[in-house]
Design a protein around this ligand. Structure first.
Ligand code: GDP
Length: 313
Protein backbone atom coordinates (compact mmCIF):
# COMPACT_ATOMS: atom_id res chain seq x y z
CA UNK A 1 0.00 0.00 0.00
CA UNK A 2 2.77 2.47 0.78
CA UNK A 3 4.97 1.72 -2.24
CA UNK A 4 4.78 5.19 -3.71
CA UNK A 5 5.46 6.93 -0.38
CA UNK A 6 8.30 4.53 0.19
CA UNK A 7 9.83 5.26 -3.26
CA UNK A 8 9.59 9.00 -2.74
CA UNK A 9 11.31 8.88 0.65
CA UNK A 10 14.04 6.58 -0.61
CA UNK A 11 14.73 8.96 -3.50
CA UNK A 12 14.91 11.87 -1.07
CA UNK A 13 17.47 10.13 1.10
CA UNK A 14 19.49 9.15 -1.94
CA UNK A 15 20.12 12.84 -2.58
CA UNK A 16 21.81 13.13 0.79
CA UNK A 17 24.14 10.21 0.37
CA UNK A 18 27.80 11.03 -0.09
CA UNK A 19 27.48 14.40 1.57
CA UNK A 20 30.10 14.81 4.28
CA UNK A 21 28.25 17.48 6.17
CA UNK A 22 24.67 18.60 5.81
CA UNK A 23 24.07 22.31 5.53
CA UNK A 24 20.91 23.88 6.83
CA UNK A 25 19.73 24.16 3.25
CA UNK A 26 20.33 20.42 2.66
CA UNK A 27 18.16 19.71 5.69
CA UNK A 28 15.49 22.15 4.60
CA UNK A 29 15.25 20.77 1.12
CA UNK A 30 15.10 17.20 2.44
CA UNK A 31 12.32 18.20 4.79
CA UNK A 32 10.43 19.87 1.97
CA UNK A 33 10.63 16.66 -0.06
CA UNK A 34 9.48 14.55 2.91
CA UNK A 35 6.60 16.95 3.54
CA UNK A 36 5.41 16.69 -0.06
CA UNK A 37 5.76 12.91 -0.10
CA UNK A 38 3.67 12.61 3.07
CA UNK A 39 1.01 15.03 1.83
CA UNK A 40 0.80 13.22 -1.51
CA UNK A 41 0.30 9.97 0.41
CA UNK A 42 -2.68 11.60 2.19
CA UNK A 43 -1.07 11.88 5.62
CA UNK A 44 -3.12 14.47 7.53
CA UNK A 45 -1.73 18.01 7.50
CA UNK A 46 -1.38 18.51 11.28
CA UNK A 47 0.49 15.21 11.48
CA UNK A 48 2.80 16.21 8.62
CA UNK A 49 3.49 19.54 10.30
CA UNK A 50 4.35 18.01 13.64
CA UNK A 51 6.44 15.34 11.98
CA UNK A 52 8.50 17.69 9.83
CA UNK A 53 9.07 20.16 12.62
CA UNK A 54 10.44 17.47 14.96
CA UNK A 55 12.63 16.07 12.19
CA UNK A 56 13.94 19.55 11.38
CA UNK A 57 14.65 20.35 15.02
CA UNK A 58 16.48 17.12 15.59
CA UNK A 59 18.37 17.16 12.28
CA UNK A 60 19.66 20.67 12.88
CA UNK A 61 20.21 20.10 16.58
CA UNK A 62 23.14 18.69 18.40
CA UNK A 63 22.40 15.04 17.80
CA UNK A 64 25.75 13.77 16.67
CA UNK A 65 26.58 10.13 16.38
CA UNK A 66 30.13 9.04 15.63
CA UNK A 67 28.89 5.87 14.02
CA UNK A 68 26.60 7.43 11.41
CA UNK A 69 27.26 9.86 8.62
CA UNK A 70 24.95 12.89 8.40
CA UNK A 71 22.67 11.33 5.80
CA UNK A 72 22.26 8.19 7.89
CA UNK A 73 21.45 10.34 10.87
CA UNK A 74 18.61 12.04 9.03
CA UNK A 75 17.25 8.65 7.97
CA UNK A 76 17.43 7.46 11.57
CA UNK A 77 15.61 10.54 12.83
CA UNK A 78 12.88 10.14 10.20
CA UNK A 79 12.55 6.47 11.10
CA UNK A 80 12.18 7.24 14.80
CA UNK A 81 9.67 10.02 14.23
CA UNK A 82 7.66 7.77 11.92
CA UNK A 83 7.54 5.07 14.61
CA UNK A 84 6.34 7.72 17.06
CA UNK A 85 3.55 8.84 14.72
CA UNK A 86 2.48 5.24 14.23
CA UNK A 87 2.04 4.92 17.99
CA UNK A 88 5.49 4.02 19.29
CA UNK A 89 5.18 0.71 21.09
CA UNK A 90 3.38 -2.35 19.76
CA UNK A 91 0.19 -2.89 21.71
CA UNK A 92 -2.34 -5.71 21.43
CA UNK A 93 -5.40 -6.80 23.39
CA UNK A 94 -5.41 -6.19 27.14
CA UNK A 95 -7.18 -9.13 28.68
CA UNK A 96 -9.51 -8.74 31.65
CA UNK A 97 -8.28 -10.15 34.95
CA UNK A 98 -11.63 -11.82 35.31
CA UNK A 99 -12.79 -13.50 32.06
CA UNK A 100 -14.55 -13.03 29.78
CA UNK A 101 -12.57 -10.24 28.14
CA UNK A 102 -15.10 -8.21 26.16
CA UNK A 103 -14.00 -6.68 22.84
CA UNK A 104 -16.42 -4.46 20.97
CA UNK A 105 -15.91 -3.71 17.27
CA UNK A 106 -17.08 -0.45 15.73
CA UNK A 107 -16.68 1.18 12.34
CA UNK A 108 -18.44 2.12 9.13
CA UNK A 109 -20.36 -0.42 7.10
CA UNK A 110 -18.01 -2.05 4.63
CA UNK A 111 -14.92 -1.22 6.70
CA UNK A 112 -14.17 -4.90 7.20
CA UNK A 113 -15.56 -5.26 10.71
CA UNK A 114 -17.30 -8.59 10.29
CA UNK A 115 -14.36 -10.04 8.38
CA UNK A 116 -12.06 -8.85 11.16
CA UNK A 117 -14.30 -10.42 13.83
CA UNK A 118 -13.50 -13.81 12.29
CA UNK A 119 -9.80 -12.99 11.96
CA UNK A 120 -9.55 -11.84 15.57
CA UNK A 121 -11.44 -14.91 16.74
CA UNK A 122 -9.04 -17.17 14.86
CA UNK A 123 -6.00 -15.22 16.10
CA UNK A 124 -7.22 -15.60 19.68
CA UNK A 125 -8.07 -19.25 19.23
CA UNK A 126 -4.58 -19.93 17.86
CA UNK A 127 -3.24 -18.52 21.13
CA UNK A 128 -5.31 -20.90 23.19
CA UNK A 129 -8.28 -18.64 23.91
CA UNK A 130 -11.90 -19.67 23.55
CA UNK A 131 -13.65 -16.77 21.84
CA UNK A 132 -17.35 -16.26 21.19
CA UNK A 133 -18.62 -13.93 18.44
CA UNK A 134 -21.76 -11.93 19.20
CA UNK A 135 -23.94 -10.65 16.35
CA UNK A 136 -25.09 -7.25 17.57
CA UNK A 137 -25.30 -5.69 14.11
CA UNK A 138 -29.06 -5.79 13.79
CA UNK A 139 -29.45 -2.96 11.29
CA UNK A 140 -29.11 -5.24 8.31
CA UNK A 141 -30.77 -8.67 8.38
CA UNK A 142 -27.82 -9.98 6.37
CA UNK A 143 -25.22 -8.93 8.88
CA UNK A 144 -26.16 -11.71 11.32
CA UNK A 145 -25.98 -14.36 8.62
CA UNK A 146 -22.69 -12.92 7.43
CA UNK A 147 -21.17 -13.18 10.90
CA UNK A 148 -22.42 -16.76 11.14
CA UNK A 149 -20.64 -17.57 7.88
CA UNK A 150 -17.46 -15.85 9.07
CA UNK A 151 -17.64 -17.72 12.38
CA UNK A 152 -18.09 -21.04 10.63
CA UNK A 153 -15.09 -20.39 8.39
CA UNK A 154 -12.95 -19.40 11.35
CA UNK A 155 -14.24 -22.26 13.51
CA UNK A 156 -15.56 -19.85 16.14
CA UNK A 157 -19.06 -20.13 17.67
CA UNK A 158 -21.49 -17.25 17.12
CA UNK A 159 -24.17 -15.99 19.48
CA UNK A 160 -26.99 -14.57 17.39
CA UNK A 161 -30.51 -13.50 18.32
CA UNK A 162 -33.25 -15.95 17.43
CA UNK A 163 -35.18 -14.90 14.39
CA UNK A 164 -38.57 -13.50 15.33
CA UNK A 165 -37.31 -12.95 18.85
CA UNK A 166 -34.48 -10.53 18.41
CA UNK A 167 -33.22 -10.17 21.93
CA UNK A 168 -36.73 -10.19 23.32
CA UNK A 169 -37.29 -6.65 22.09
CA UNK A 170 -38.57 -5.15 18.93
CA UNK A 171 -36.92 -1.80 19.26
CA UNK A 172 -37.17 0.89 16.68
CA UNK A 173 -34.11 3.06 16.71
CA UNK A 174 -34.24 6.54 15.30
CA UNK A 175 -36.57 7.35 12.49
CA UNK A 176 -36.57 7.45 8.73
CA UNK A 177 -35.35 5.18 5.99
CA UNK A 178 -32.97 2.47 6.96
CA UNK A 179 -32.85 3.25 10.66
CA UNK A 180 -35.36 0.61 11.75
CA UNK A 181 -33.59 -2.06 13.69
CA UNK A 182 -35.05 -5.55 13.94
CA UNK A 183 -33.89 -6.11 17.48
CA UNK A 184 -32.20 -4.58 20.44
CA UNK A 185 -28.43 -4.73 19.98
CA UNK A 186 -27.81 -3.76 23.62
CA UNK A 187 -29.89 -6.72 24.87
CA UNK A 188 -28.25 -9.08 22.39
CA UNK A 189 -24.76 -7.93 23.45
CA UNK A 190 -25.61 -8.47 27.11
CA UNK A 191 -27.12 -11.87 26.41
CA UNK A 192 -24.02 -12.85 24.43
CA UNK A 193 -21.78 -11.94 27.36
CA UNK A 194 -24.03 -13.88 29.74
CA UNK A 195 -23.79 -16.86 27.43
CA UNK A 196 -19.98 -16.58 27.40
CA UNK A 197 -19.94 -16.51 31.17
CA UNK A 198 -22.25 -19.51 31.43
CA UNK A 199 -20.34 -21.57 28.87
CA UNK A 200 -16.90 -20.34 29.92
CA UNK A 201 -15.77 -18.67 26.75
CA UNK A 202 -12.90 -16.41 27.79
CA UNK A 203 -13.22 -13.69 25.14
CA UNK A 204 -16.36 -12.13 23.67
CA UNK A 205 -16.14 -10.24 20.38
CA UNK A 206 -19.19 -8.03 19.83
CA UNK A 207 -19.81 -7.02 16.20
CA UNK A 208 -21.86 -3.81 16.05
CA UNK A 209 -23.75 -2.06 13.26
CA UNK A 210 -22.08 0.30 10.80
CA UNK A 211 -23.45 2.81 8.33
CA UNK A 212 -22.07 4.04 5.07
CA UNK A 213 -21.32 7.37 6.71
CA UNK A 214 -21.06 8.53 10.29
CA UNK A 215 -24.52 9.35 11.63
CA UNK A 216 -25.93 10.27 15.00
CA UNK A 217 -28.20 7.21 15.36
CA UNK A 218 -25.38 4.80 14.64
CA UNK A 219 -23.08 6.54 17.08
CA UNK A 220 -25.76 6.64 19.77
CA UNK A 221 -26.41 2.93 19.34
CA UNK A 222 -22.71 2.06 19.54
CA UNK A 223 -22.33 4.32 22.54
CA UNK A 224 -25.33 2.69 24.27
CA UNK A 225 -23.80 -0.75 23.71
CA UNK A 226 -20.48 0.49 25.09
CA UNK A 227 -22.14 1.87 28.21
CA UNK A 228 -24.17 -1.29 28.78
CA UNK A 229 -21.38 -3.83 28.37
CA UNK A 230 -18.28 -1.87 29.57
CA UNK A 231 -15.93 -3.59 27.12
CA UNK A 232 -12.27 -4.12 27.96
CA UNK A 233 -11.36 -2.96 24.45
CA UNK A 234 -13.26 -1.06 21.78
CA UNK A 235 -11.59 -1.59 18.43
CA UNK A 236 -12.32 0.84 15.62
CA UNK A 237 -12.00 -0.85 12.24
CA UNK A 238 -10.81 1.59 9.60
CA UNK A 239 -10.70 0.90 5.87
CA UNK A 240 -7.31 2.29 4.80
CA UNK A 241 -8.69 2.66 1.25
CA UNK A 242 -11.12 5.46 2.14
CA UNK A 243 -8.35 8.04 1.92
CA UNK A 244 -8.77 11.46 3.49
CA UNK A 245 -12.17 10.57 4.98
CA UNK A 246 -10.31 8.26 7.38
CA UNK A 247 -9.30 11.19 9.54
CA UNK A 248 -12.74 12.61 10.24
CA UNK A 249 -14.29 9.16 10.51
CA UNK A 250 -11.73 8.21 13.16
CA UNK A 251 -12.27 11.44 15.04
CA UNK A 252 -16.06 10.97 15.01
CA UNK A 253 -15.77 7.41 16.32
CA UNK A 254 -13.23 8.46 18.92
CA UNK A 255 -15.65 11.04 20.25
CA UNK A 256 -18.67 8.78 19.88
CA UNK A 257 -17.44 5.48 21.32
CA UNK A 258 -14.05 6.32 22.87
CA UNK A 259 -12.31 3.45 21.08
CA UNK A 260 -9.19 2.05 22.71
CA UNK A 261 -7.46 0.75 19.60
CA UNK A 262 -7.51 0.82 15.81
CA UNK A 263 -7.58 -1.95 13.22
CA UNK A 264 -6.40 -0.87 9.78
CA UNK A 265 -8.13 -2.98 7.18
CA UNK A 266 -7.53 -3.46 3.46
CA UNK A 267 -3.85 -2.63 3.76
CA UNK A 268 -3.37 -4.96 0.80
CA UNK A 269 -5.05 -2.34 -1.41
CA UNK A 270 -3.18 0.11 -3.58
CA UNK A 271 -4.71 3.36 -2.33
CA UNK A 272 -2.46 5.95 -0.77
CA UNK A 273 -3.32 5.04 2.81
CA UNK A 274 -1.49 7.89 4.53
CA UNK A 275 -4.65 9.16 6.20
CA UNK A 276 -4.93 5.86 8.05
CA UNK A 277 -1.33 6.27 9.16
CA UNK A 278 -2.33 9.56 10.81
CA UNK A 279 -4.94 8.01 13.07
CA UNK A 280 -2.75 6.98 16.00
CA UNK A 281 -1.20 10.43 16.23
CA UNK A 282 -4.53 12.24 15.84
CA UNK A 283 -6.50 10.19 18.36
CA UNK A 284 -3.73 9.07 20.69
CA UNK A 285 -4.96 5.45 20.41
CA UNK A 286 -2.73 2.63 19.20
CA UNK A 287 -3.09 0.79 15.91
CA UNK A 288 -3.28 -2.82 17.08
CA UNK A 289 -3.91 -4.92 14.00
CA UNK A 290 -3.47 -4.77 10.25
CA UNK A 291 -5.92 -6.62 8.03
CA UNK A 292 -4.43 -7.51 4.69
CA UNK A 293 -6.92 -9.56 2.72
CA UNK A 294 -10.23 -11.40 2.67
CA UNK A 295 -9.03 -14.68 4.15
CA UNK A 296 -9.42 -15.41 7.87
CA UNK A 297 -5.63 -15.65 8.23
CA UNK A 298 -4.94 -12.30 6.52
CA UNK A 299 -4.29 -10.41 9.74
CA UNK A 300 -1.23 -9.39 11.69
CA UNK A 301 -0.33 -7.49 14.82
CA UNK A 302 0.63 -3.96 13.87
CA UNK A 303 4.21 -3.12 14.82
CA UNK A 304 4.93 0.61 14.42
CA UNK A 305 8.67 -0.01 14.04
CA UNK A 306 8.25 -2.69 11.37
CA UNK A 307 5.78 -0.55 9.46
CA UNK A 308 8.19 2.40 9.58
CA UNK A 309 11.01 0.20 8.31
CA UNK A 310 8.81 -1.10 5.54
CA UNK A 311 7.97 2.42 4.44
CA UNK A 312 11.58 3.58 4.60
CA UNK A 313 13.17 0.52 3.01
P1 GDP B 1 -18.41 -4.67 7.56
O1 GDP B 1 -19.60 -4.10 6.85
O2 GDP B 1 -17.61 -3.58 8.25
O3 GDP B 1 -18.72 -5.80 8.46
O4 GDP B 1 -17.39 -5.16 6.42
P2 GDP B 1 -17.13 -6.63 5.86
O5 GDP B 1 -16.35 -7.42 6.85
O6 GDP B 1 -18.41 -7.20 5.36
O7 GDP B 1 -16.16 -6.30 4.64
C1 GDP B 1 -16.56 -5.56 3.52
C2 GDP B 1 -15.84 -6.07 2.29
O8 GDP B 1 -14.44 -5.85 2.40
C3 GDP B 1 -16.00 -7.57 2.09
O9 GDP B 1 -16.14 -7.81 0.70
C4 GDP B 1 -14.70 -8.16 2.61
O10 GDP B 1 -14.37 -9.37 1.97
C5 GDP B 1 -13.73 -7.07 2.24
N1 GDP B 1 -12.58 -7.02 3.17
C6 GDP B 1 -12.59 -7.01 4.52
N2 GDP B 1 -11.33 -6.90 5.01
C7 GDP B 1 -10.50 -6.86 3.93
C8 GDP B 1 -9.06 -6.73 3.77
O11 GDP B 1 -8.27 -6.64 4.73
N3 GDP B 1 -8.60 -6.71 2.49
C9 GDP B 1 -9.41 -6.79 1.41
N4 GDP B 1 -8.86 -6.75 0.20
N5 GDP B 1 -10.75 -6.89 1.52
C10 GDP B 1 -11.29 -6.93 2.76
Amino acid sequence: MFASLSDRLTATFKNLRGKGRLSESDVNSTIRDIRLALLDADVALPVVKRFTSSVRERALGAEVSQALNPAQQVVKIVQEELVAILGGQTRTIRFAKQPPTVIMLAGLQGSGKTTFAGKLGKWLKDQGHTPLLVAADLQRPNAVTQLEVVGERAGIPVFAPERGNMGGHDAVLGSGEGTRSFGDPVAVSQMGIEQARAKQYDVVIVDTAGRLAVDANLMQQASDIRTAISPDEVLFVLDAMIGQAAVETAQAFHEGVAFTGVVLSKLDGDARGGAALSVAELTGEPIMFASTGEKVTDVEVFHPDRMASRILD
